[in-house]
Design a protein around this ligand. Structure first.
Ligand code: F6R
Length: 607
């Protein structure tokens, strides 16, 4: 969480920093701030709230500084106030630091620093860093930063500027991502490449433990032992640059509409000669075929994708699969025998709990495979093998197209495992892949008629509480529908297996309580329909997600969201779309900030 931006060059630093911070706002938007070095003097400006508010106040001051650092915050330690906003400074106000991550021993360090006379003005863990640097400044700024970092425990990415060395910016990465953007006579620094795209395509990802010194004309990188490292310069491709909103009012809607393209691209890249292909796979087929158990670990929407994946891996590959929430997995001392494959799923590739799950598995000498969207992210780099889902940049905090890409990848991976384990006939695999290829057309048809979702949203927008139910692979879709609804519209929503409603939650059904029933045509449609009837007869307003033409099922519901026919296996990739649209429209009608829901952030780098 939190976004960091840094700039040194000949442009107005404030303009560059604000542009970058606005692009990083999905990482946190509780407060924003900048530290600017102008004629050797440090100026710090910060605001509670959005980057746009900071921009308004800075505009009035007209700073000409050509070097500075900035931050957009997702609060961990200390409330989201101006006082707790970054950058933080030392007692003299001559050293400024922005930080992403958590300093675990900050209380102990603070007590020591207070004992030698340092005065703290915020409640943050970050503020110890500029004080520690100041205590060591006699060593020179670079060694002072290194000495300060040696005292820190936890994960962090930091950027530092100081009046003592006004020509340089120092960056350190330990656990939280940082990327350097290379320009001509200017250099950039950011938590993620998204912020750098308008300025440069040449980037260097800092590795864990590395630190860098940036001046206008040079970038020097050092490893944790202080030895210089040759920068590994990458060039970002055009797809990475696709972060503009275009004709859509919100990124979430844009990304919902990008889903057919995601599946189309995946089909083109990963289906060849009637087989799924994973050309990048370095884990040998013999090893994959011998796997006796898969443990999927992920959080949130990616966990829901993993639950659909369990269904695929068990049905298609015949491999026992457990799906764990990473924050539980990492602390539950799991039983993992050597023939277990740990499969991690993450859009951002930076979710702290998922990353720790990968490390736990590697610590037990297990093979780790990951499905990740952001290339070169920490989870991708630390896993034995990363498979990139290729969803493109996802900006909306509520994940949509990444879910679809994750489920698509799990489907193809399960077919691949089923093939190499000699469980599936080649003709069956080819048929499944043909059906997968047809999905984008069905998705486009769904997206071209959003009227039902619009009308139903108008009917439910004032609800206090909602339920989403489904069976089999529709159960994770019910969970996902409920998560989308609660996170962007702030209506309480809970997802349940359809058969569980009568074991407790039914007590909460009152006249008019909306119950969304995910009920495509499959082997359990009739069972799910009876659960819908049970809810309806207790006053619920039941909304069915049913297959077009299934009049029998449709007749039970007060409202229907119809999906095109699809094989049972693939229905989750269709049923999720009307639920995304329903959540989106409901949130818009309630006047919510769809792309930046309160209290949330896109990349959850704290546990
Ligand atoms: C919900 C959502 C979150 C993420 C979760 C995991 O819409 O986006 O629940 O799915 O924070 O994030 P990743 O996939 O980046 O590990």
């Amino acid at each position: 969480m939190c976004g960091i931006m840094g700039y040194t060059g000949s442009k107005r630093a404030a303009t560059v920093l604000l542009d970058g911070l606005a692009r990083l706002e999905y990482r946190g938007y509780d407060s924003a701030g900048v530290a600017l070095l102008e004629d050797g003097t440090l100026f710090v400006r910060k605001r509670a709230g959005r980057v746009s508010e900071l921009a308004e106040s800075l505009a009035a001051e007209g700073f000409a500084a050509d070097m500075g650092i900035g931050h957009t915050r997702w609060a961990t330690h200390g409330r989201p106030t101006e006082r707790n906003a970054h950058p933080h400074t030392d007692g003299t106000g001559s050293i400024a630091v922005v930080h992403n991550g958590i300093i675990e021993n900050h209380e102990e360090l603070r007590a020591k620093l207070e004992a030698v006379g340092c005065r703290f003005v915020s409640d943050t863990d970050t503020e110890v860093i500029p004080h520690l640097i100041a205590e060591n400044l006699h060593l020179g700024i670079e060694d002072a930063v290194r000495a300060a970092c040696a005292a820190l425990e936890g994960a962090y990415a930091i950027a530092v500027v100081s009046e003592a060395a006004p020509d340089r910016m120092i960056a350190v990465r330990k656990g939280s991502p940082l990327v350097i953007g290379l320009g001509e006579g200017e250099q950039f620094l950011a938590s993620s490449v998204d912020a750098l795209l308008p300025f440069t395509r040449r980037v260097v990802y800092l590795e864990d433990g590395e630190w860098a010194v940036l001046t206008r004309d040079s970038v020097e990188i050092f490893n944790r032992d202080g030895n210089p490292v040759e920068p590994d310069v990458k060039t970002l491709d055009a797809a990475a640059a696709d972060v503009e909103l275009g004709p859509y009012p919100h990124y979430m809607l844009k990304e919902i509409h990008e889903q057919p393209g995601v599946v189309r691209r995946m089909s083109a890249e990963r289906i060849r000669d009637g087989r799924p292909v994973f050309d990048e796979m370095t884990l040998p087929n013999s090893e994959l075929a011998a796997v006796e158990r898969v443990v999927v670990q992920a959080c949130g929407t990616s966990w829901h994708a993993g639950l659909v994946g369990k269904y695929y891996l068990e049905r298609l590959a015949g491999v026992h699969t457990d799906v764990e929430i990473s924050s539980e997995f990492r602390y539950c001392d799991p039983v993992l025998d050597p023939k277990t494959l740990v499969l991690s799923i993450s859009q951002s590739g930076e979710t702290a709990d998922v990353l720790e799950g990968v490390r736990l598995a590697k610590g037990r000498a297990l093979r780790t495979l990951s499905i990740v969207n952001v290339e070169r992210s920490s989870i991708a780099r630390e896993s034995h093998q990363a498979l990139y889902m290729g969803a493109g940049v996802e900006i909306g905090v509520a994940s949509t197209k990444a879910f679809t890409a994750e489920v698509g990848m799990l489907f193809l991976l399960a077919l691949h495992l089923g093939r190499i384990r000699w469980r599936l006939r080649p003709e069956f695999v080819a048929e499944q892949l043909d059906a997968f290829r047809m999905l984008p057309t069905a998705m486009e048809r769904l997206l071209s008629s959003p009227d039902d979702a619009d009308r139903i949203a108008a009917g439910i927008k004032d609800a206090h509480s909602m339920f989403f139910i489904g069976r089999g692979p529709s159960y994770p879709i019910a969970l996902e529908g409920a998560l989308k609804m609660k996170e962007i519209s702030y209506i309480h929503a809970a997802g349940y297996p359809a058969g569980e409603l009568k074991h407790g939650p039914l007590a909460l059904i009152e006249d008019g309580t909306p119950v969304v029933v995910v009920c495509p045509r499959d082997g359990v449609t009739a069972k799910t329909v009876s659960n819908a009837q049970e809810a309806r007869s207790r006053g619920a307003f039941v909304i069915g997600v049913v297959q077009e033409g299934d009049d029998e099922a449709a007749s039970v519901f007060d409202e229907v969201l119809a999906i095109p026919a699809a094989p049972e296996m693939l229905s989750p990739l269709l049923t999720v779309i009307p639920l995304q649209l329903l959540a989106y429209r409901t949130a818009v009608l309630r006047g919510c900030n769809v792309d930046k829901p309160r209290n949330l952030a896109k990349s959850v780098t704290v546990e």
